[in-house]
Design a protein around this ligand. Structure first.
Ligand code: SF4
Length: 220
């Protein structure tokens, strides 16, 4: 039965069951992007736009060896950096954003990644998703819920939102999720999207959320 026909208590019980099941399926999950510092995660997240984490992880270890300090990125030219990140796509734009981010963080924040979301959002290339990834993963700061393509799709399939715009989806999720789940929930859905709930042909037969899910395109 769709959730709009259920009582508030039923909807809460269903959400609790979903969260419990996600914990059983994906305990201790974290960001899959290779990084050793908050700056590196910011770069990796900028590179991950329209690109798989796997592809980004093939590029970043060599990239961080070539540009070991934030100052090295700030001094790079867009042409040279663009060549280094070519395989992640949209390389001109990404190179300009990364260089701009390095310069702003050096000029305004003394070389440290700002830990307030309103400050981080002023850094080139750092939209809400990027800012939430960095603050949540590196600092444990639950500034919001990361909404990427996996989170959007699965939140819709699980009827936790009926919105399609990521900012509105994030608002819906923030309303229903306990704050301490904001960070882990996104990581869990991203893993679930890769393992079971793929965009095309989700593997619903083997999905432990099967009984709690009434997605229209459920594949079982
Ligand atoms: S039952 Fe299918 S559509 Fe629903 S969450 Fe699982 S894999 Fe996704």
């Amino acid at each position: 039965m769709p959730s709009r026909h259920r009582s508030k208590a039923d909807r809460q019980a269903r959400l609790d069951a979903i969260l419990h099941q996600l914990d059983l399926m994906y305990p201790n999950v974290t960001c899959a992007l290779y990084h050793t510092t908050p700056w590196e995660l910011l770069v990796a997240t900028i590179l991950s736009a329209q690109c798989t984490d796997e592809r980004v992880n093939m590029v970043t270890p060599g990239l961080f060896r070539k540009y070991p300090r934030i100052e090295d990125f700030a001094a790079a030219t867009p042409e040279e950096l663009g060549k280094d990140i070519y395989s992640t796509g949209f390389y001109n734009n990404k190179a300009k954003n990364i260089i701009g981010a390095a310069r702003r963080i050096l000029d305004v924040y003394g070389g440290e990644i700002p830990q307030k979301i309103e400050d981080l959002l002023t850094v080139p290339g750092a939209a809400r998703k990027t800012a939430n990834v960095v603050l949540g993963t590196c600092f444990g700061i639950a500034s919001g819920v990361v909404v990427d393509t996996h989170v959007s799709r699965i939140a819709q399939r699980l009827d936790l939102t009926r919105k399609t715009d990521p900012v509105q989806i994030e608002r819906d999720l923030i309303k229903i999720l306990p704050r301490e789940r904001w960070i882990s929930f996104s990581h869990q859905l991203i893993h679930h999207g890769r393992n079971h709930c793929k965009a095309r042909k989700p593997n619903c037969v083997d999905c432990p959320l099967h009984a709690l899910c009434y997605a229209k395109d459920k594949n079982a």
